[in-house]
Design a protein around this ligand. Structure first.
Ligand SMILES: Nc1ncnc2c1ncn2[C@@H]1O[C@H](COP(=O)(O)OP(=O)(O)OP(=O)(O)O)[C@@H](O)[C@H]1O
Ligand SMILES: [Mg+2]
Length: 617
């Protein structure tokens, strides 16, 4: 009998191998962006067509390739990043396998243009199905541009396996976000079908986080920064009030590589214990830097899983560092309204965390001891007993609800956050409403100066909180219209409205379908003027569509934001003193009273001592 084992032709072997590296357009996005970063680029542009199914193009201004290297780069196991097996344990680059471009060329049509600064001309290569179709010299700027076209054109089974454009685009934005977060000093842009979605100027990590994850985190980030001989950790975690019901904005990077680690995620979550409810997820963007010999990055084809030499130390360190950061923040009041006496008695308030103490803590024995003992210091959850009481008082359990509500009403004491005792009162002369300015701002005197409340931003915050509660609990009461109004919509809008109808009902809007593209508005929330229903719903849809290009938010989040924007008091609306007082009271009863849902401030504070200084010049 003849022998039957044959070597597979290169292009088939490559296609099979590519399956591990390139699963969807987003995988190519990750590989190409990482190559650009490894090439030392300071400007990286990503262009997408048809959610990456038609085109993924990355243009960088990095160091480019010679003609030979350009050709070599598509070979399997061809890399400039490691030479020996030892190098694998000292990796500082994102790439090291020499597989990405070979894989891409096996399953798509690729056009590469590349030029080094020292070369007169660049190289152009066209390749598909692992075969070079064309190679010539081109005039071009320094750097590299790679276009991957028609992914899986030669593997229809895999092409059919791709998800909807919206889903694939979401994966692309995820990968883009990860790389852009870990290199804030690099300019990045992302355009899809000719429209720019992100334009990220080079800056620092904090700016990059706000650009990518949203300004809702403005003034809501707590810095984490600890150094030891063994490892460093830095980055930001969100204040507890920014925790979300969905696990979204959580990022770990080890030596700048994004990784998924349920184990380290657990370490962060445990640092938040008692501060957030069990079903919500804090935001974090944390970077761990340690000697590459202590990490094995070569355990998974997509490099998103890694193995630590000693996982327990890392866990303990992450947990301690986050706890430490949160503890520092918790004792720094953010608003100097007069503090309620029982809160003032908390030792943490009486002894504010000064710069002096902060640096003492940072250089203190905690973290030094940590490396010596290979064990993290355990920071006692401060003053749990007292804070627990405050939490009960303000959040209450269901049975106690009415009593607590009464207490709150009678005392008019509001607290920003159960764990972090920042508090203010609005029921007496300590917050005196003075005037409405330009029918837009409310001027109020406080004990330490004055504040200017932005009436629209404040009202949006109030509405947002009410709607959020309505969405998760008791629906807002509907006031039935005396004369139900019909609404005719274009098909696209009518699809949107149909999708939202159920949630809208929860928010007090009773809308029923009435034939093709027609609806009847049976009722609206009580505070909407009768006769206005049609305009209100139309504007609401407009607002919703405006938010819907935002991939970050869930349908409900977008709806709540739209309704609160739409129903809010606008500039130009005159308010009575009673209305202003009510607005201020309601605002400061909100947990996040200092910012509107979009992160912009609801009020500005001017303190006497600042004013003094300004007048002294
Ligand atoms: N944008 C670029 N600019 C300059 N050189 C590049 C660029 N992209 C790729 N290269 C060169 O091509 C080689 C092959 O790239 P490829 O992505 O296939 O492998 P790698 O980055 O070395 O490893 P990995 O497979 O882990 O990504 C790289 O080692 C690098 O020398
Ligand atoms: Mg690579």
């Amino acid at each position: 009998m003849p022998d039957k084992i044959l070597l597979l032709p290169d292009n088939i072997a490559n296609q099979i191998a590519a399956g591990e590296v390139i699963q969807r357009p987003a995988s190519a996005v990750k590989e190409l962006l990482e190559n650009a970063v490894d090439a030392g680029a300071t400007e990286i542009k990503l262009n997408i067509q048809d959610a990456g199914k038609a085109l993924v193009q990355v243009i960088d201004n990095g160091n480019g390739m010679s003609e030979t290297d350009a050709r070599m780069s598509f070979e399997r196991h061809a890399t400039s990043k490691i030479q020996t097996i030892e190098d694998l344990f000292h990796i500082r680059t994102m790439g090291f396998r020499g597989e990405a471009l070979a894989s891409i060329a096996a399953v798509a049509q690729v056009e590469l243009k590349t030029k080094r600064a020292d070369d007169e001309t660049g190289t152009y290569i066209e390749i598909e199905n692992s075969l070079v179709k064309k190679q010539e010299l081109v005039a071009m700027a320094n750097g590299t541009s790679i276009a991957m076209k028609n992914l899986f054109f030669n593997v229809p089974a895999r092409r059919n396996f791709l998800k909807s454009n919206a889903a694939e685009m979401r994966h692309i934005v995820d990968e883009f976000t990860r790389v852009a977060l870990s290199f804030p000093q690099v300019f990045f842009s992302l355009s899809a079908n000719g429209q720019q979605i992100f334009h990220l100027e080079a800056g620092n990590l904090k700016q990059r986080i706000l650009q990518l994850l949203g300004t809702i985190y403005n003034a809501k980030l707590v810095s984490v920064n600890e150094k030891t001989d063994y490892m460093n950790i830095y980055g930001f975690v969100g204040k507890p009030e920014t925790a979300k019901k969905t696990r979204g904005d959580q990022y770990f990077f080890v030596n700048n590589r994004f990784i998924k680690s349920p184990y380290l995620n657990h370490a962060v979550m445990s640092a938040y214990q008692e501060m957030i409810s069990g079903d919500s997820f804090p935001m974090y963007v944390l970077f761990i830097d340690l000697d590459p010999t202590q990490v094995d990055v070569n355990v998974h084809p997509t490099k998103q899983e890694i193995k630590f030499e000693d996982e327990k130390i890392i866990y303990a360190f992450v947990q301690a560092a986050v706890k430490h950061a949160l503890a520092q923040f918790s004792v720094t009041p953010t608003l100097d309204f007069e503090l309620d006496s029982s809160i003032q008695q908390l030792p943490s308030i009486q002894q504010p965390f000064t710069e002096e103490k902060r640096s003492a803590a940072a250089s203190g024995s905690i973290y030094k001891g940590f490396t010596e003992k290979h064990q993290a210091h355990f920071i006692e959850p401060t003053k749990k007993a007292e804070l627990k009481h405050w939490r009960d008082f303000f959040e209450g359990d269901k049975a106690q609800g009415p009593r607590i509500k009464e207490e709150i009403e009678s005392e008019k004491v509001k607290i920003e956050n159960s764990q972090f005792a920042t508090e203010l009162t609005t029921h007496d002369s300590r917050l005196t409403i003075l005037a409405q300015l330009h029918n837009q701002f409310i001027l109020a005197q406080t004990q330490y100066g004055f504040i200017l409340i932005n009436q629209q931003a404040a009202h949006e915050r109030i509405l947002y909180d009410q709607l959020d509660m309505a969405m998760n609990g008791n629906a807002i009461t509907t006031q039935r219209s005396l004369f139900p109004v019909t609404l005719e919509l274009v098909p696209a809008d009518s699809a949107v409205l149909e999708e939202l109808m159920h949630d809208l009902h929860q928010l007090g809007y009773m809308i029923e379908p009435f034939g093709a593209n027609s609806f009847v508005i049976q009722g609206t929330p009580a505070d909407i003027e009768q006769g206005n229903e049609k305009t209100v719903v139309e504007k609401l849809l407009e607002q919703y569509k405006h938010f819907s290009s935002d991939l970050k938010f869930s349908k409900r989040e977008k709806l709540i934001r739209s309704v609160s924007r739409q129903q809010s008091i606008k500039p130009g609306q005159r308010l009575t003193e009673k209305e202003m007082q009510a607005l201020a009271n309601d605002l400061f009863a909100c947990r996040q009273f200092n910012s509107a849902p979009d992160g912009k401030p609801t009020y500005l504070e001017f303190k006497l001592d600042q004013l003094d200084k300004m007048f002294k010049g």
